[in-house]
Design a binder for this molecule. Structure first.
Ligand SMILES: [Cu+2]
Length: 542
């Protein structure tokens, strides 16, 4: 709330967009003057990134119905494994009414089709790349063997992609990490990804994770949901069926020709990675999409609904609240985090959500008059980006759902004294061979360098320190938040996480156990632009 108040006061003083969104400018300032990050960022702005302005007329809010992504049918369920096929291809969709937008998609839609799985039942997804560039699929939050985890250099090459056309990273000319990776496993046209899904029931998402080009690929549409369910959760009596809504929130901007605008240095996304300088801190759009629709509206009963919220934005943070027409705030009763159910519900009025985080919340519309609306608002937005979506209370209905006081009893209870290692990592702006970059521990990402070697089964405490906002994501494992700048975790840090939002200047301690699989994994910032500008590191489980 403190940050929000600061953001509002800055806007109230009528400063320019560049100052309000300051960090892109701050980076330039740092480069020009040698100012330290902390000095340049002393104002702690609540937004990380710069906003693109759409060049087409935007529709009024709360007119377009909320789409629900189709659930993908398996091509086979034989032998105890569900098999799926997904073709990655170009498609076009009418996201804004009357405007055709070319997209890169999974199966022709944005979001891609939702996969629904049962805990412990393995699946194989055969991805076929018919896009003009290499791709990589990562199941975010998946407890996945390294070979299927979508390491950024494990490319799936499209037809006719020759080695000579292979991207060389930022290369010597633009200075950085490069692509040379002797361990990369490159496949042609298709690749089978196997997910054991031996993990807690939760909402995961799959998205592109190609080296240097993750941010623009997700922006163009390469993202979809994956829900893991289990019997224990099914038996809780939570709202279900039509009263369980997955909500993938993502901001975008539209160019005059209807395409998605993105400030890529190389709009073909073939060779030169990176974005224009003003967007180094992150790319924000001026249109808020939920499940691919702009500021949609959804008709609901006077009943409890389970909202499974994912922030799939590249860089935009949200602070969500649900507000009735007469200005009343509804409780957002959190029942789950990134990695599944909490032990017990946590009630919020405001819910901050950073890129890649998921929150599972119950909203009760039973006290809201039929015919009125509840708006989901982003307190960190301004103007049009303050609205997210709306619920129109359409009809009276009975409701036999409930929110049990005990949601789960299987959360890990790692203690500090269990840790065999305590490690420190800084997440900061810096130079990578003469160019702007985002660094972990002072280093730009290098696939050929092992940054952390952890032993399978070990418990470790990691201390993560940030300059600006960095949502930090660990592959393979969930973790718990131990502290924020020496103080107890925040209410929304409850449960098992796989992405934690480091706020400007903050030090966050997390604890985890590296279990399941050996091999090469990653941890990185999930501000997708930071990720593409080298804010990743290797995690080798031995
Ligand atoms: Cu970051």
């Amino acid at each position: 709330m403190r940050e929000h108040d600061e953001g509002r006061s800055v806007r109230a003083r009528g400063l320019t967009r560049r100052r309000v969104l300051g960090i892109g400018g701050a980076l330039g300032l740092m480069a020009a003057t040698g100012l330290s990050t902390s000095a340049a960022l002393a104002r702690r702005p609540s937004i990380t990134g710069a906003e693109l302005r759409s060049a087409v007329p935007l529709p009024p809010a709360f007119q377009v119905p909320l789409p629900l992504p189709a659930v993908l049918a398996p091509v086979s369920t034989a032998g105890g494994t569900d098999r799926y096929e997904i073709t990655q291809r170009e498609a076009s969709a009418e996201i804004l009414p009357g405007v055709k937008t070319p997209l890169w998609t999974y199966e022709g839609t944005f979001p891609g089709p939702t996969i629904e799985s049962r805990r412990g039942r393995p699946i194989t997804v055969t991805h076929r790349n018919e896009l003009p560039v290499p791709t990589v699929v990562h199941l975010h939050g998946g407890h996945t063997p390294a070979a299927s985890d979508g390491y950024p250099t494990d490319l799936v090459l499209p037809e006719g992609w020759h080695d000579a056309a292979m991207p060389t990273g930022h290369g010597s000319e633009h200075g950085s990490h490069g692509m040379h990776d002797p361990r990369a496993v490159v496949s042609k046209l298709t690749r089978d990804y196997t997910f054991p899904l031996d993990q807690r029931a939760t909402l995961l998402w799959y998205h592109d994770h190609r080296m240097d080009f993750t941010a623009p690929a997700i922006w163009r549409g390469l993202a979809g949901l994956h829900i893991v369910r289990d019997d224990a959760e099914d038996n809780l009596g939570l709202p279900e069926g039509l009263r369980e809504l997955p909500l993938m929130i993502a901001d975008r901007a539209f160019a005059a020709d209807g395409s998605l605008d993105y400030p890529a240095l190389d709009p073909t996304l073939r060779e030169r990675p990176g974005v224009h300088e003003s967007y180094l801190a992150g790319v924000l759009g001026d249109v808020i999409l939920v499940n691919g629709a702009p500021w949609p509206v959804h008709e609901v009963d006077t009943a409890r609904y389970r909202l499974r919220i994912l922030n799939a934005s590249n860089a935009r943070h949200y602070e969500l609240e649900a507000v009735t027409d007469d200005g009343r705030r509804l409780d957002l009763v959190q029942i789950g985090a990134d990695q599944g159910l909490l032990a017990t519900p946590v009630t919020h009025r405001l819910l901050p959500i950073a890129p890649a985080e998921r929150y599972d919340v119950i909203v009760d519309f039973s006290g809201v008059p039929v015919g009125s609306r509840v708006r989901l608002i982003n307190r960190l937005g301004s103007g049009r980006t303050r609205d997210v979506m709306a619920f129109r209370i359409a009809r009276h209905a009975t409701d036999d759902s409930r929110i049990p006081r005990t949601l789960s009893t299987d959360l890990p209870t790692w203690r500090r004294s269990d840790a065999v290692q305590v490690r420190d990592f800084s997440f900061r702006a810096g130079q990578m061979r003469g160019d702007h970059g985002w660094l972990i521990g002072g280093l730009p990402f290098d696939p050929a360098r092992t940054d952390v070697t952890a032993r399978l089964g070990d418990v470790e405490v990691w201390r993560l320190v940030a300059d600006v906002h960095h949502p930090v994501h660990l592959h393979l494992v969930g973790f718990r938040v131990l502290s924020r700048s020496g103080r107890p975790p925040l209410p929304h840090d409850a449960g098992l996480k796989d992405t934690v939002s480091l706020r400007p200047g903050e030090a966050v301690e997390i604890i985890t156990r590296f279990d399941g699989y050996r091999g090469r994994y990653l941890f990185h910032c999930h501000n997708a632009e930071h990720e593409d500008m080298a804010m990743m590191a290797n995690l080798e489980i031995i």
